[in-house]
Design a protein around this ligand. Structure first.
Ligand SMILES: Nc1ncnc2c1ncn2[C@@H]1O[C@H](COP(=O)(O)OP(=O)(O)OP(=O)(O)O)[C@@H](O)[C@H]1O
Ligand SMILES: [Mg+2]
Length: 299
């Protein structure tokens, strides 16, 4: 365990380079993600936000640089031991959801549980999956539905439930509100914020949604010119005179999002979600303990 493991930055990226063929995506990119924050990641389409996320979780081998996740260097690949140690500590909601279409929501959530905790009993696995369905704000019967039986918003929640399957410390969300209507998007934002607070998550949140940035992000990192050109609170970013930042935050949509935020016109979390959440902290240690016991008895 390195010193960064207990430090304030679960993700530290330095000098990252990524590319495909002749196309350079990231050049000497650096970024530190603080423990317990919701970090918004913005940038024009194709600037490499998803590639950045994929590099951090080991799905994209960088050409150079360093990526430390919980103090483990992952830029040179994730070996079997690291995979076992650190992969259960993050959850990912991919752009587009990426649910397995031939599995029900419950079975989708069970996939990472089977992979990392194969010794857990079928009953407990099902119970954990249904608990994740509940904290993601889905109705109970959604657990037994297939992805094509869900609305777009429900698919996002199902993806979120799967991302939370292993009680991660770090949550990656790639465009979670894309394609949702404004109320659905605001409700999803509220859910993200409440889960972050209740579960003590660090959230890496890629988004184009200005409302999301204003409503729930502690800081925002801006990707442009193959690098993170700025990271800070929105007022801090507004003080910079980079043309993309000014156009993005001070353009008509940026100003509308800001005034909407000023008026506090955000949708509230659905009552059933809000009601379920106080139980989360209480229930999670129990689930984690059951998993530990199950692991010990299986070892
Ligand atoms: N596997 C790949 N092979 C070749 N090129 C790729 C691959 N993945 C991504 N790219 C290219 O890398 C660039 C960055 O892609 P990425 O998906 O990270 O963009 P993004 O910032 O997430 O965009 P968006 O906001 O549209 O989701 C794009 O030009 C894309 O075509
Ligand atoms: Mg993307």
């Amino acid at each position: 365990m390195s010193t960064d493991e207990t430090g304030d930055y679960p993700i530290i990226i330095e000098g990252l380079c990524n590319g495909f063929g002749d196309q350079l995506i990231h050049e000497n990119l650096s970024l530190k993600v603080r423990r317990g924050e919701i970090l918004g990641v913005v940038g024009g389409s194709g600037t490499g936000k998803s590639v950045l996320m994929r590099s951090i979780i080991g799905l994209q081998q960088p050409r150079g640089g360093s990526i430390k996740v919980f103090g483990n260097e992952v830029a040179d690949g994730i070996d079997a031991q690291e995979s076992k140690d650190i992969r259960p500590r993050w959850g990912v909601l991919f752009q587009g959801g990426a649910l397995f279409s031939t599995l029900t929501v419950e079975e989708n959530i069970e996939v990472p549980l089977r992979q990392f905790y194969p010794e857990i009993s079928d009953n407990l696995r099902g119970e954990i999956a249904r608990f994740k369905v509940k904290i993601s704000g889905l109705p109970e019967d959604a657990a037994f539905k297939y992805p094509n039986e869900l609305s777009g918003g429900m698919k996002k929640r199902a993806g979120l439930a799967r991302a939370l399957a292993l009680d991660p410390e770090l949550l990656f969300l790639d465009e979670p509100t894309a394609g949702l209507d404004p109320i659905g998007a605001a409700t999803f934002d509220q859910l993200t914020s409440e889960l972050q607070e209740t579960l003590g998550l660090t959230v890496f949140l890629i988004t184009h949604d200005l409302d999301t940035l204003y409503a729930i992000c502690d800081r925002v990192a801006v990707l442009a010119d193959k690098q993170v050109i700025a990271v800070g609170t929105i007022p801090e970013l507004l003080a910079l005179d980079h043309p993309w930042i000014q156009e993005y935050f001070n353009g008509p949509r940026g100003r509308a999002a800001q005034s909407s935020q000023d008026r506090g016109r955000k949708a509230k979390a659905q009552p059933d979600v809000a009601k379920a959440l106080p139980d989360v902290a209480k229930a999670l240690p129990g689930v984690a303990k059951a998993m530990d016991n199950s692991r010990e008895s299986g070892a």
